[in-house]
Design a protein around this ligand. Structure first.
Ligand code: ADP
Length: 196
């Protein structure tokens, strides 16, 4: 199974591109979705997190108090690291197990933090979704209703654009309309089919 690691900064267009691959009947495994599922009530990860951060990180129903956890990790980089050390290995293990169940020529692994977690070797090729920072800001502002300062700090916490471009085997430039995006995806789809 050829594994394509799809990555890019916040608002670059990862979800939009994933959807186009999915319409071409290519399976998508999304690290963000897995990370969310891992902390649903009753899942092992939630027990590890509660042990580390205290029971007050859980709601009365045993769910994760995401808002509180976010506040903790945003204000304390060490705590952020601790959370990542719990979650990231579980996310990659779950991805591995989902890949084993697939039967398609290739699959897309959407991993926003592929480069930040230095997990490049987990995939066979790196596909970067790229766009200018101003476009990222504008898109995230419209999508998430966040203030510019918050978006800027998220972008600053991610790998810089140039570094991401250098790590790429393939790049989709998402600075125009979705039609232009679909054309680039179609070309890569044909490339990946031939490589697979
Ligand atoms: P990511 O998953 O990388 O955070 P998204 O795919 O969610 O980014 O895109 C961010 C926002 O910008 C979404 O609201 C999406 O609909 C919009 N968007 C992405 N690409 C385009 C495009 N080429 N044209 C118009 N809107 C776009």
């Amino acid at each position: 199974m050829l594994k394509i690691g799809l990555t890019g900064g916040i608002g670059s267009g990862k979800s939009t591109v994933s959807k186009i691959f999915s319409d071409l009947e290519i399976p998508i495994i999304d690290a963000d979705i897995i990370a969310h599922q891992l902390v649903e009530p009753g899942k092992p990860a939630i027990k590890d997190i509660a042990e580390q951060f205290g029971q007050q990180i859980l709601t009365d129903q045993g769910a994760l108090n995401r808002k509180q956890l976010k506040e903790i990790i945003f204000s304390d980089p060490e705590q952020k690291k601790t959370l990542e050390q719990i979650l990231h290995p579980l996310v990659f293990a779950e991805m591995e197990s989902q890949i084993k169940q697939l039967s398609s020529p290739y699959c897309i692994l959407s991993i926003p933090l592929l480069l930040e977690t230095q997990m490049q070797d987990f995939v066979d090729r790196i596909l970067v979704i790229d766009c200018p920072v101003e476009v990222q800001l504008e898109r995230v502002k419209n999508r998430d209703q966040l203030d510019i300062k918050t978006i800027q700090s998220i972008i600053a916490s991610q790998v810089p654009r140039e570094q991401r471009r250098q790590a790429a085997d393939d790049i989709i430039i998402n600075d125009a309309d979705t039609q232009a995006l679909a054309e680039q995806v179609k070309k890569l789809h044909n490339l990946y089919l031939s490589l697979a």
